[in-house]
Write a protein that binds this ligand. Structure first.
Ligand SMILES: [Zn+2]
Ligand SMILES: [Zn+2]
Ligand SMILES: [Zn+2]
Length: 123
């Protein structure tokens, strides 16, 4: 399921995780919106200073609100916006949270294999 993403400003085809349009004449700031699941430009709607809260942005395509994914903010390969919650914002964008879930499952299965290995050795 590969989808091609286009910069909404100039129509240039961009990478799904691009944070800036690769067209030198455009250089629009891009993000992957969790609401319309497309590459979009965004505007800052609310600046929230603090360590655990992040600024809120609005998608130009669907007007949905989002906060920048923690992976993105920490310099990872991500351009996703996460849905802001009523009390607590989601830390990761949908793509990163599914990746994190996979990683967790892998760790869990290795732990299980390790436990079984320990049991077998005891015999
Ligand atoms: Zn562009
Ligand atoms: Zn959107
Ligand atoms: Zn992310």
């Amino acid at each position: 399921m590969s989808k091609s993403y286009k910069c909404p400003v100039c129509g240039n085809e961009v990478d799904a995780a691009a944070t800036v349009c690769s067209n030198a004449a455009c250089r629009a700031q891009l993000a992957l919106c969790p609401h319309c699941r497309d590459i979009t430009t965004y505007v800052l709607v609310e600046r929230r200073p603090g360590a655990l809260v992040r600024d809120i942005y609005r998608c130009d395509r669907c007007q949905g609100l989002g906060v920048k994914c923690l992976v993105w903010l920490s310099g990872g390969y991500c351009n996703g916006l996460a849905r802001p919650g009523t009390r607590l914002d989601r830390p990761l964008c949908p793509a990163c949270s599914s990746r994190a879930g996979e990683m967790m499952r892998t760790v869990a299965s290795w732990t299980l294999i390790g436990a079984f290995g320990g049991l077998l050795r005891k015999k």
